[in-house]
Design a protein around this ligand. Structure first.
Ligand code: PXP
Length: 256
């Protein structure tokens, strides 16, 4: 299991004042010292947090892999192809949303066409491509058809589920989605809304090989520092298989 730390919200704090601090690139260095296997940033079309400069400097300084999240928009795809991150994750994007709200709607012909064009350009530039999708069969099969190497399963519904029954249902969807992903020969990642309290059952699913976690780690980092926040999350993630005897059936609160 690899832990990728999303540092967007370090840039969010900076952009509130439009100054040069805190610098997300420095946060990335500390995340790596805390054990992050990679760094994730989302270069949004409206540049509300991460800026082009951040991605450029990060790519020069990162000692781990950089996963660039982006919309299937031709201008942003061009930026990605010029910068060549190790991995690009295509995500849906709407200007009015607070954060990414769902997986790519690959059933919609227009989205599928845009995603297909973006995938072709990114692959051509030598970038590993992942698609952010909901854990549903159609989206997994459509992703495999598009020739990408990986999918990131949206864990938002799991994270926002209230009550044991709802959470167990969402966990089962993730488990089935991850299983089908592997059957289709896709690398399976997961992320969105994962926290120190809810990550264990997801991190224990053996088919998932990468987690992308941002808000919870940055929130904790504000209080205890980035290095410690990442180290604590990494311990929970790596410990998960030993805590969960039967993957998918463990739904008790963690109390880490
Ligand atoms: N994965 C994707 C595709 C995302 O868009 C985000 C949010 O930027 C994350 C993971 C991380 O979500 P969170 O900040 O809730 O951990």
């Amino acid at each position: 299991m690899r832990l990728y730390v999303n540092i967007d919200h370090v840039a969010t704090i900076r952009q509130v004042r439009r100054t040069d601090e805190p610098d997300p690139v420095r946060a990335a260095v500390l995340a790596e010292l805390g054990g992050a296997d990679g760094i994730t940033v989302h270069l949004r079309e409206d540049r509300r947090h991460i800026q082009d400069r951040d991605v450029e400097v990060l790519l020069k300084s990162a000692r781990t892999g950089v996963n660039l999240e982006l919309a299937a928009d031709s201008k942003i795809v061009r930026v990605a192809c010029d910068l060549v991150p190790m991995q690009a994750t295509l995500v849906p994007e709407r200007r009015e949303e607070i954060t990414t709200e769902g997986g790519l709607d690959l059933a919609a012909a227009r989205t599928r066409k845009q995603v297909s064009a973006a995938v072709a350009r990114l692959l051509d530039a030598g970038i590993r491509v992942s698609l952010f999708i909901d854990p549903v069969e159609e989206a997994l099969r459509a992703s495999a058809d598009l020739g990408v190497e990986a999918v990131e399963l949206h864990t938002g519904s799991y994270a926002s589920a209230r009550g044991d029954q709802d959470r167990a249902r969402e966990l089962t969807r993730l488990q089935r989605g991850a299983g089908l992903g592997r059957e289709l020969d896709l690398a399976v990642h997961a992320g969105h809304g994962l926290t120190y309290e809810n990550v264990t059952p997801v991190a224990a699913l053996p088919e998932i090989e990468e987690l992308n976690i941002g808000h919870s780690i940055v929130s904790r980092a504000v209080l205890v520092g980035m290095e410690r926040a990442v180290r604590e999350m990494r311990e929970i993630v790596l410990d998960a298989p030993s805590r969960v005897a039967v993957p998918g059936l463990w739904i008790a609160p963690l109390g880490y």
